[in-house]
Design a protein around this ligand. Structure first.
Ligand SMILES: [Zn+2]
Length: 344
């Protein structure tokens, strides 16, 4: 059995997005309840994070953005956009979320744990260098990656994002950077927020080819995801040969999610985690951090997090995924393979 750390803080419940907002504290309450009921919490190493420093944030965000959030929070908050609301606690809790991510990265790199799951809110993958959007304020994953590169000699990182929405913030931060491979598989952005994340958005300058967007049509399911994993994604990550791997785990790609229109089940999360954990063992001594992004069905987010953790511990065998692969997906795989084989 692996040693898996769980990073969580009760203060993550304090960030309020307003009544009836899908990104509510109930999400974490529901997950923690299931982890306790199933007893899996006893198998995990619990870690309590602290807020990250301003210096940590400035590696991934502009000074202007950090000051803006700090000031808005100190005034008691206010709306940032139609979906993204800041309250008096938001700046501090967002820094505590980033702090959780950094703590996970440090523990994994220092071999205090085999891998780690960061159970946080607010999520981070839509936050760009200079903008809070899509329920995200600070880019948790990006700040951790920059921290590890600066302080722990980590050179190449792969971030794999399976949230239903494209990881536009994470992509923007590393768009000109070949030291971080960002792969985002998501629902076709013509049909969902944030409206970016097409195949041709593939990085710029020395980062060209190191942003990989995989947009899939609504109703894509487990068999299609596993086909893409086994015929494109895993071999691409192995060829990149990262020394650290991160999963941005958004469970709004689950079939029950009220926002997304994909058809994934717990089987896909189990198999993707298992494949990526095995690959991490092969290429980077198992170094793997998984972080919660979206996911808005309170039951699905709990059962999906549970299966991910069980797989990280090595307690869940891969589950057979049945079903035909859609022709759109086989064609998409061919297109992606050709494009990225030509680039690197
Ligand atoms: Zn999402």
């Amino acid at each position: 059995m692996n040693k898996t750390a769980l990073i969580y803080h009760d203060d993550y419940l304090k960030h309020s997005t307003g009544a009836y907002h899908p990104e509510s504290s109930e999400r974490l309450v529901s997950i923690m309840k299931l982890l306790q009921q199933t007893g899996i919490i006893e198998e995990l190493t619990r870690l309590t994070p602290e807020k990250c420093s301003r210096e940590d944030l400035l590696r991934a965000h502009t000074k202007q953005h950090v000051e803006y959030l700090k000031e808005l929070s100190s005034k008691g908050g206010g709306p940032i956009d139609a979906d993204t609301y800041c309250n008096g606690d938001t700046y501090d809790i967002a820094r505590l979320a980033v702090g959780g991510e950094i703590l996970a990265g440090k523990h994994v790199i220092e071999k205090k744990t085999d891998n780690a799951f960061v159970l946080v809110r607010p999520p981070g993958h839509h936050a760009t260098k200079n903008t809070a959007m899509g329920f995200c304020y600070l880019n948790n994953v990006a700040v951790m990656v920059k921290y590890l590169q600066e302080n722990h000699g980590v050179k190449k990182v792969c971030i794999f994002d399976w949230d239903v929405h494209a990881a536009n913030g994470t992509e923007e931060i590393f768009y000109n950077d070949s030291t971080v491979l960002v792969i985002s598989i998501h629902q076709d952005p013509k049909t969902i927020f944030p409206g970016t994340g097409f195949i041709d958005e593939a990085g710029e300058g020395c980062g060209e080819g190191y942003t990989i967007n995989i947009p899939v049509p609504p109703h894509t399911g487990d068999a299609d995801y596993m086909y893409l994993m086994n015929n494109f994604i895993l071999e691409r990550i192995e060829a990149y040969n990262p020394d650290f791997m991160v999963i941005s785990a958004g469970y709004d790609s689950h079939m029950l999610d009220p926002i997304g229109s994909l058809q994934l089940t717990e089987k896909a999360y189990c198999n993707m985690t298992s494949s990526l954990r095995n690959l991490a063992e092969k290429v980077c001594n198992g170094r793997l951090v998984v972080e919660l992004e979206g996911g808005y069905n309170l039951n699905a987010i709990a059962t999906s997090t549970h299966v991910t953790l069980k797989t990280m511990l090595g307690l869940e065998p891969e589950i057979q995924v049945n079903g035909e692969t859609n022709k759109t997906i086989t064609e998409l795989t061919q297109k992606l393979t050709k494009k990225f084989n030509d680039l690197w």
